[in-house]
Ligand binder design. Sequence first.
Ligand code: SF4
Length: 443
Amino acid sequence: MARKYLIETFGCQMNVHDSERMAGLLEQAGYEATDEAADADVVVINTCSVRERAEDKLYTRLGELRQLAAEQGHNPIVAVAGCVAQQEGDAILKRSPGVADVIIGTQAIRRLPMMVAQAAAQRRPVINLDPFDDVTFPLGVTRRNDPLKAYVTIIEGCNEFCSFCVVPYTRGNERMRPKADILAEVREAAATGHREVQLLGQIVNHYAAPDEPSCDFSGLLEAIHEVDGIDRIRFASPHPRHVSPRFLATMARLPKICRHLHLPVQSGSTRVLEAMRRRYTRDSYLDLIAQIRESLPEVALSTDMIVGFPGETAADFDDTLSLTAAVGYHSMFSFKYSPRPNTLADKRMPDDVAEDEKTRRIVALQALQRDIQFRLNEQMVGTRVEVLVDAASRRRDVELTGRTSTNVVVNLPGPPEWMGRTLPVRVERAGPHSVWGTVCKSR
Ligand code: SF4
């Protein structure tokens, strides 16, 4: 009987994609997927340390696995991967003794099957947190979760060192993947029926091809645009300070590039942005938004926002609210600040905004964002949009869901055969998080 693996993923799209890669590696080594820890010979927990709560989830899960071993005598090899593994290393073994067998850093995932075999043979923990420069990944291995959308990494790591962010410490220095490698993976995704690619990197628009010095992110987009079978190109995330007129002109010119820009701002206050080391001001960000609107009038914007950063005053927070209202984001990921290990903010800036004040601020920000989003969704009512149908709906009264190029979720009635098709839909009703419509009769 084949040995079985379970991978549990916390965190961002990059972690989701790393899990797809680890799944493929384990399958190549003869394992089969299972959904139950009680059936698994190997359990991989792919962790996130961007927020404190995400990190706590690891220790809760390790406690549950220890209980499973005590109650049912089931002792799979437990591998901890991802940012917490990289950051904590063997401290995980001390804080949660007797559970983890493998601690595998963010740059070592290709060694997972070998480390699992080693841990099984030795029955003592194996750790690899080494940095590796090699960002290539063998073709044909990744086990993609989504039949229509394929994640493709273009950059690993980050050199920006924003003062709140743990990523440069957990994912290492910025390393560009060769253009030839990226294109080969995009072609492979197209050949296996994927209609949309989502390019991943901490700062995608900082891309410079190591194998073709004249190729920047715009050049890469142009090359991917030529790949037959790929209808939509998305990417996450560009950094505001690397958005150039050439990039906006490329987006405007190439129809397969989705009309959606996730442009993390983090705060609306220039004073806080400076403390965050974001290297742009409120005014320069708003100027950039004006340029984007001029080049791409139909584009939808989304962002990340932090409230309660050290030293954030009520006036700074008002700046965040007014910037949110001025830009009119289609969606936002907002978080209460929590200090992350090794970062400049953790070392030098006291976490001085009281927890209840952080809560008050995030509630106010999310209420404002909800109103904006609902208003933007209402403005879609009566319009005709192109929807790539990508899933069966979880709601009973609608059967399918899809997304517009602007990344708005559209619910619609229809048969399962429509999955994977791009259809014209008339929007009839708006909700706070999505809209409802029906396929236009005359197509
Ligand atoms: S740009 Fe800043 S926030 Fe984004 S990954 Fe790099 S350090 Fe973190």
